[in-house]
Every structure is written in structure tokens, then in C-alpha cells.
Design a protein around this ligand. Sequence first.
Ligand SMILES: *Cc1c(COP(=O)(O)O)cnc(C)c1O
Length: 344
Amino acid sequence: MKIDLRSDTVTKPTPEMLEAIMNAEVGDDVYKEDPTVNALEEKVATMFGKDAALFFPSGSMANQAAIKLHTQPGEQLIADQYAHVYNYEGGGVSFNSGVSCKLINGHRGMITASQVESSINPPDFYHSPLTSLVCIENTTNKGGGACYNFEEIKKIKEVCVTHNLGYHLDGARLWNALVAKEETALEYGKMFDTISVCLSKGLGTPMGSVLLGDAKIMENAIRVRKVLGGGMRQIGYMAAAGIYALDHHINRLTEDHRRATEIGEMLQTLPFVTKVEPIDTNIVIFNIDGDETHFISEMEKQGVYFYSMGQGKLRFVTHLDYTAEKHSCFLELLSKYALKKAVQ
Ligand SMILES: *Cc1c(COP(=O)(O)O)cnc(C)c1O
């Protein structure tokens, strides 16, 4: 049995999702004539209480479009040093928007309002770039699926309002945070100027993200998406997968979280595991004593796939296709290592 814990992006559509895809009514979305895309955008906008939403082919493109909408070339955004927009979007911040990043050394990918406040360049000091945007991530990717305390999100909002900064949420895994912390999309809609959410991670669709915001900032979003090459035609097939996932795959994320916690508990019992980071959602980050490449290849021989994050850190991500059966199989496999002092 293949157990793929590399990422929550490795899922394949369920038979029910495929049926929703096959039955979708479609049209040319570049002309805004695809009824299923229009329905998805309206559904997500309503969930968050925002005026407008736009379907994007990827989360990176949705974030990059948001950054473009909030900034002018030469300006600066503030983000955690682990931020996806900084580390994993191919340098798009500078390529697409001509913007630099002021990076904060946060906690598990999360930053505080006081860190944000002290990172703002004084607007009348023309020697430094003008700070115009704050980007935060919830849950954090490189931070190990950590969830923000909502009070901190509110405090950062106050800083943004005081200093007239845009406030963008990279919510690729926001669904995981909503379920884990029992929060609502509407509360998030009130906080941020723009939010990107992924349909292809925990929710298990083949592709797609949605960018949300109020009418004024979103006015130009469709043009920016076009410039980035993200205008799509009969993409209602993929929007149908998104609608299906929003209706059926959000609440079940608690299963992914429970399984991640159980994996973490098992890891704690293994003699060669030196540290397991706190598990808030579906990402398990841990360190081992000994040769990590050997451990990875040993597990691969048993059909288990996962990634190293470098510096001795390893990562498991649970998801829709990591079933109850695979979970018990994997826990049993790990338990066999409890007798080993180290992996050599
Ligand atoms: C996955 C991810 C994205 C978007 O990635 P794409 O692969 O471009 O869809 C954005 N932000 C975070 C935090 C992510 O984990």
C-alpha cells in the first residue's frame, strides 16, 4: 500500500467529486459566462461576507495578484521569514510587483502586531521603501500548520488601519484553521482587505484558489489575473469540484487533524525522534537523531513517502486520501521502530 504524506496536494478527486465535475454546466469564463465559476465565486464571497471573489488557477497566482493590487513598484511588504509569498512563489513579489519584503523572525511562521509595528518604515523618510502591505499566513505552511490566535490577527489589523497599510491573508489552509479553532469565515472577512483560499489542498480538488476582497480593491483583479495569464475558459468543471469540496470536505478536516495528532503521539515514543513540534492541524514536523536520508529511504521501501525540510527536520502531512486504513497501517509500521535505538 502506498502511503503518501508528502503534502495535502497529492489527493485525487473522489467519485462524487468527479460526478460533480462531469455534470457541471460551463461557459467561457473569460467572458464571465461560466455559470459554475460565477456560482463558486458568489458562494465564497458570501461565506466571507466580501463583495467580490475571483477564481484563480493556483494559490501563488492569487497571492501575487493580491500583492499587485495593494502595492506600487519600489514599495515594501511585511511578512514572516517563512512566508510562502516570499519563499515559494518563485520571487514573484519582485518579478510581478517590483516590491521588496521586510521579513520578521516570527514564531512558527506567525508574527505579532508589535513586530509589524516596529517593521514599518516611517513614510516621510524617503530613503527607505514605503511600507504598504502586511501579508500573514493561516495556517502557516513552513511553520508546521500553526494557527494564529484571532486576537493577534485583530491587533495586526489595528496597526494596518493606523498606518494605512493593506492587510492580506494567505489562507491556503485557512479551512484547517477554521475547523481547528472553531472560527468562522465571516470573522476573517471582516479583518482582511484581501484573502486567498486554496481548493486544492485540504479540500482535495485538482486545482484552483479563490481571491476575495471588497469591490474597490477587486475592481482591477480580473485585469491583473489576465496579465498573469490566469484567464481560463470552460473552467466551470474545476469550479464544480470546488463547490462540491466546500459543501463536503471542510468538516472532515478534523479527521486529518486527529490523525496528525496520533502520528505525533506515536513519534514521541520512538527513541530516535528528538523533537516533535506542536501539532495544531494536519502537519507534523519532527527531528530525528541520525541519518535522515537513510530513514526516508527505509520508509520508502515500505511504501511511505514524505519530505525532509532540511536541517534535520522531517514532515508528514495528512489529507483526504490518507484513509483510516492507511492510518492504522502507518501507525503499526511506526510502532515497529519503537524498539530501535537509532536509525542507522
Ligand atoms: C500551497 C500554498 C499556496 C499556494 O500554492 P499553489 O501551489 O500555487 O496553489 C500559498 N500559500 C501557502 C501557505 C501554501 O501552503
